[in-house]
Design a protein around this ligand. Structure first.
Ligand code: PLP
Length: 425
């Protein structure tokens, strides 16, 4: 076999990039070596269509144990009665839920993409906006907050089949109970997509979406610090409200509909190596060490938001309850696109992001989104977050001064040298 060199050279290059920079992309994190080891294991060789104990392939006795352990640990982590750990990604978890619960043309209600929502919550460029009739709720112009009383009324008036709560760029907590109360009045199902704050919810730092929402989806690679993937869960299983029956004439449980929607509805063979890595990450998330980590993630985000506000940066909603914040740069005379590029030059990675009521396109944007999940994994604390804000501010102020920018880059690299990656295990 020909020995591969090019790809491994690129992987090394990427590892060095991850090591020397400050990673502030709110949806990224660094997995442990043992999570990585599970991902790169022989489990990738195995086909296992179906579910533990009911597969369409032979030789599944070991992967059955792997998948069952992932399910059991996820149940313990989220206090859930039912879990499906097979979705390959957050987008596929959401697609599976919609496939199970909706018919083409049904009305869905999600958070406006330009106000922090996600593409899979009804965007016109996504299947969810093409297959279903998508309508949106918004944040308030004055406060940057979702007005849950207004959302309650909108649910009553619009009578959607599915209400989606959760976002990609909303820094505040959600009033799940109020949304559920409205949904119950019009017979809607509530899907909470907790992809971003999943770790904070699992550890009780934020309101528990599972307690109030019929179905919950998440990615496993953001605050949960697992492999790239998705998951669907329910606090409590319930008979499906669409009247779908088994061949024996019994009403199917919602879990059966969701399992069928993932496979064979949306996906083929599960990625058992990724499911194994999910199990490892859930095992890690069940420890006190992870609890300290996730508490620190939230503390770091608060410290960072405070430091930005002190330097007169506008944070949408004025602060954060979770691991991220959205910064409106319009008073700093720089677009999101320019800021992303400029900060990239000094090895600080952020992503440009629309801000609510943005006057610029999604390719330019007026804002950036920053998060603390990744830097906290590297061991950074509140005082480091204040330092990072100083570095960002210096960079933006010196955008036309290449000499200063190269000095800042050195400072960034020296700072991160003290926090090695993958040091543990
Ligand atoms: N849902 C939300 C709220 C997200 O933020 C994301 C990813 O950014 C997704 C779903 C999609 O996840 P994935 O990229 O794994 O498909």
């Amino acid at each position: 076999m020909k020995k591969e060199t090019q790809i491994f050279k690129f992987i090394k290059e990427e590892e060095e990039r991850q090591l020397r920079g400050i990673e502030l992309i709110a949806s990224e994190n660094y997995v442990s070596k043992q999570v990585m080891k599970a991902m790169g294991s022989v489990l990738t060789n195995k086909y296992a269509e179906g579910y533990p104990g009911r597969r369409y392939y032979g030789g599944c006795e070991v992967v059955d144990k792997v998948e069952q352990l992932a399910i059991d640990r996820a149940k313990e982590l989220f206090g859930a009665e039912w879990e499906n750990v097979q979705p390959h990604s957050g987008a596929q978890a959401n697609a599976s839920v919609m496939y199970a619960c909706l018919k083409p043309g049904d009305k869905i209600l999600g958070l406006n993409l330009s106000h922090g929502g996600h593409l899979t919550h009804g965007s016109p460029v996504n299947y969810s906006g093409k297959l279903y009739q998508a309508i949106f709720y918004s944040v308030e112009k004055e406060t940057g907050l979702i007005d849950f009383d207004k959302l309650y009324q909108q649910i009553l008036e619009e009578k959607p089949k599915l209400v989606i709560v959760g976002a990609s760029a909303y820094s505040r907590d959600w009033e799940y109970a109020k949304v559920r109360a409205a949904a119950d009045q019009v017979g809607a199902l509530v899907l909470a997509d907790i992809s971003h704050p999943a770790g904070l919810i699992a550890k009780g730092i934020l309101n528990d979406a599972l307690l109030h929402c019929h179905i919950v989806t998440t990615t496993t690679h953001k605050t949960l610090r697992g492999p790239r993937g998705g998951m669907i869960m329910m606090k409590k299983d319930f008979p499906n409200p669409f009247g779908e029956k088994t061949p024996k004439g019994e009403i199917k449980m919602m879990s059966a509909l969701l399992d069928s929607a993932v496979f064979p509805g949306v996906q083929g063979g599960p990625l058992e190596h990724i499911i194994a890595a999910k199990a490892v990450a859930f095992g890690e998330a069940l420890t006190d060490e992870y609890l300290y980590y996730i508490v620190q993630v939230a503390k770091n985000a608060k410290a960072m938001a405070k430091a930005f506000l002190e330097k007169k940066y506008n944070i949408v909603s004025g602060g954060t309850d979770n691991h991220l914040m959205l910064i409106d740069l319009r008073n700093k005379n720089i677009t999101g696109k320019e800021a992303e590029k400029l900060l990239g030059e000094v090895d600080i990675t952020v992503n440009k992001n629309m801000v609510p009521f943005d006057d610029k396109s999604p390719f330019i944007t007026s804002g950036i989104r920053v998060g603390t999940a990744a830097i906290t994994t590297r061991g950074l604390k509140e005082k480091d977050c204040v330092k990072i804000v100083e570095l960002i501010d210096e960079t933006i102020k010196n955008k036309d001064n290449p000499k200063m920018l190269s000095k800042i880059k050195k400072k960034v690299n020296q700072m991160m040298l003290k926090y090695p990656l993958f040091a543990e295990l």
